[in-house]
Design a protein around this ligand. Structure first.
Ligand SMILES: Nc1ncnc2c1ncn2[C@@H]1O[C@H](COP(=O)(O)OP(=O)(O)OP(=O)(O)O)[C@@H](O)[C@H]1O
Ligand SMILES: [Mg+2]
Length: 403
């Protein structure tokens, strides 16, 4: 009998662009069947929803494209969450084991609750809990203690959370787009799923999603997500800086950025004349270089601060992988390498996928693809007959439990 197709959907709600991807999963084969993109023209600032209708409408449009291209109904998806309010915190906890038949799932849940109590403030919504290490009766380094015998168990876990009003607002905007959020995943974490290998995550690596108005960082080591942080600035800040310094409107500044800006800053003494909307704009390439360089240095200095805070500055053997549309800037990997003092490359999603992959093989699609892949990983499929297969994300419910 032919295996029934299952579907997984990722929706990346960016400050400037909403991108949605549909995957069809049949056995081992994962196929990109549709993708859709819509500009998010209003209602978001630095990754945070400020007006529900803007992201709701953009999401609706992106999903309509996906639905007509893929011939599927997108009712539920994994959705990106972003903004400087997203953070990770290491917590520790200890409990006495009551069962004498080995450690149970319930006990691990109780242990996580103990570790988090009082540490995560009430105005924060827990998005994920990643156990990093268990210690059983003093023996540390245990990865999976289920079924093991011990009197006392300790945990070190990484808790990812966001401010409740911001998480709630994004959930409501998605609700207006009649999309059920099965899981929120931070932008950079979702991108990591699409561009990193397990081996890189094991050795130590980070993903830097250089978006329009955020630059988000996710650090992996020993196979686990160790740290998440968001810098509230991105590629749009370059446009704004150019507009201010060159006394141009942002449209003309954006054109200069897309047509002439590179991050290798080599040209000197050149005057460039550009036609924009019937007007002639003249500028010195060196002046533009300086404006762009100042902004990029500032953004990457903040990224470096996050790496230091995570304890991983210059300690990631697999280096950095850049995603987000900002990483289309020519020379950005070299610039990042110099400023972050580690090997850097641009991450392209699509590896191992079939279907309409060519179109999504761009760094700006990493998050949407990673979200859909994460949904598939979790077996949280859509489009199957049994609605019960959905495990809907409850905003004020319990945090996600590791399977
Ligand atoms: N070649 C390029 N050089 C420089 N910037 C670029 C290039 N291509 C796209 N960009 C910029 O990338 C930005 C859009 O990035 P992206 O679509 O990843 O953002 P977003 O996901 O909407 O925002 P965020 O993730 O910050 O919420 C825009 O500012 C755009 O000008
Ligand atoms: Mg983005």
């Amino acid at each position: 009998m032919e295996e029934q197709s299952k579907y997984a959907f990722g929706v990346d709600v960016g400050t400037e662009n909403v991108r949605a991807v549909a995957l069809e999963i049949a056995g081992e084969r994962v196929k990109v069947i549709a993708y859709g993109e819509a500009p998010n023209e209003k209602g978001m600032r630095k990754g945070i929803v400020t007006d529900l209708s803007g992201p709701a409408e953009a999401t609706d449009r992106a999903l309509k494209t996906v639905e007509s291209m893929g011939g599927v109904n997108v009712d539920a998806a994994y959705v990106s969450i972003n903004g400087a309010h997203i953070s990770s915190e290491q917590v520790t906890g200890m409990i006495a084991v009551s069962s004498n038949e080995g450690i149970t799932r319930d006990e691990l849940n109780r242990l996580e609750d103990t570790a988090m109590s009082g540490r995560i403030t009430t105005n924060r919504q827990v998005l994920d809990v990643i156990p990093l290490n268990y210690t059983l009766d003093g023996q540390s380094g245990i990865r999976q203690p289920l079924g093991m015998m011990a009197n006392k168990i300790e945990i070190v876990a990484n808790v990812i959370s966001g401010l409740t009003p911001s998480v709630d607002a994004l959930g409501r905007a998605m609700g207006q787009a009649t999309l059920r959020v099965l899981q929120f995943i931070p932008t950079s974490v979702a991108a990591a799923r699409a561009v990193l290998t397990e081996k890189q995550m094991e050795n130590g690596v980070c993903v830097i999603d250089f978006g329009a108005s955020t630059t988000s960082v996710a650090v992996y080591d020993e196979g686990d997500l160790q740290y998440v942080g968001v810098v509230p600035a991105g590629a749009v800040n370059i446009t704004k800086d150019l507009a201010i310094s060159l006394e141009l409107n942002t449209e003309a500044a954006e054109q200069i950025k897309l047509r002439y800006v590179t991050a290798d800053f080599t040209e000197t003494g050149k005057e460039i004349t550009m036609r924009h909307n019937g007007e002639t704009v003249t500028f010195l390439k060196d002046e533009v270089n300086q404006i762009v360089k100042d902004r990029l240095e500032d953004i990457f200095a903040h990224v470096y601060e996050h790496l230091e805070r995570a304890g991983y500055a210059q300690k990631l053997p697999e280096g950095a992988v850049l995603t987000g549309a900002g990483s289309n800037m020519k020379g950005i990997a070299g610039f990042a390498k110099e400023n972050l003092k580690m090997a850097t490359r641009v991450g392209i999603p699509g590896n191992g996928l079939s279907g309409v992959v060519e179109e999504i093989e761009k760094p700006e699609w990493a998050t949407a693809v990673g979200l859909a892949l994460s949904m598939a990983d979790d077996g949280n499929f859509s489009g199957v007959d049994d609605e019960k297969e959905h495990k809907a994300f409850s905003l004020f419910g319990l945090f996600k439990k590791k399977k």
